[in-house]
Design a protein around this ligand. Structure first.
Ligand code: NAD
Length: 256
């Protein structure tokens, strides 16, 4: 059980981050929900987690594109035994047309934020005598596709940061690993299905199998619950010697 541990999950008001927050809470951890939006719904998520799982849950606003807010998130959390670096955005364009400000934003949110939160969290983990860093990379942290230069550079970067974090903590009861999801059915992905059906004049099943899951041999989406379960496993005693590596949850994508 993760009771007594506090998990800080960046970008956790939707999708994979929210799924991980639920699984962490189910395993008994206190959770910190984060996004940059600070809406009533965001605070309601924390209240719902407390109601459902009987753990402490709190929402903290912090913009992961800003180094000082990344560090402030960890400080305001007060404890950070488990750090899940999940916040991320995407932009799709060829390199010669890729807006420079999009490149900067993606590198800041998908990569640099994890450096800043990790830097702030490691002293707390050392003081507590235990810690887990789980970075949400991607199949695109291990392979590439055209038109996603910034995302792929950031995701490969976070795999590198994960390895360095693991080496710097190797003699301590702290581990650092990356989860590399393939295509996960989040509300964001679900919302793309109707448009894609229209664009290709295909039914839902055909769009999912032939367009969206083209590179995912299982032809099934991974789920946010599976991401949460994998993160909980990485926090278990069984995973104490798993450090500096990646776990693909991608239906065989990276085996191709
Ligand atoms: P999502 O859009 O549902 O979630 C992204 C989260 O990041 C949201 O909670 C959002 O509030 C937060 N966020 C964005 N910008 C932020 C900022 N500046 N400050 C703080 N929070 C911010 O998408 P998702 O699919 O759940 O993605 C979560 C992570 O998983 C991302 O790192 C993404 O790259 C990765 N991932 C997703 C998939 C997939 O198929 N969905 C596949 C591989 C990797």
């Amino acid at each position: 059980s993760l009771s007594g541990k506090t998990a800080v999950i960046t970008g956790s008001n939707s999708g994979i981050g929210l799924g991980i927050a639920h699984e962490m809470a189910r395993a008994g951890a206190s959770v910190i929900i984060n996004s940059f939006s600070d809406r009533e719904e965001d605070h309601a998520i924390a209240a719902e987690i407390t109601a459902n799982h009987g753990v402490e849950a709190r929402y903290i606003k912090a913009d992961m594109s800003k180094p000082d807010e990344c560090r402030a998130l960890i400080e305001q959390a007060g404890a950070c035994d488990i750090l899940i670096n999940n916040a991320g955005i995407q932009h799709v364009a060829p390199i010669d047309e890729f807006p420079a400000e999009k490149w900067d934003a993606i590198i800041a949110i998908n990569l640099s934020s994890a450096f800043h939160t990790t830097a702030a969290a490691l002293p707390m983990m050392r003081k507590a005598g235990w810690g887990r860093v789980v970075n949400i990379a991607s199949a695109h942290g291990l392979t590439a596709s055209p038109f996603k230069s910034a995302y792929i550079a950031a995701k490969h970067g976070i795999v590198g940061l994960t390895k360095t974090t693991a080496l710097e903590t190797a003699r301590e009861p702290i581990t650092a690993n990356a989860i590399c999801p393939g295509y996960v059915l989040t509300p964001l992905v679900e919302a793309q299905i109707p448009d894609t059906m229209e664009k290709y004049n295909m039914g839902r099943d055909e769009v999912v199998e032939k367009v969206m899951l083209e590179r995912q041999p299982s032809k099934e989406f991974a789920t946010v619950e599976q991401m949460g379960g994998t993160a909980v496993f990485l926090c278990s005693d069984a995973a104490a010697q798993i450090t500096g590596t990646t776990i693909s949850v991608d239906g065989g994508w990276t085996a191709l």
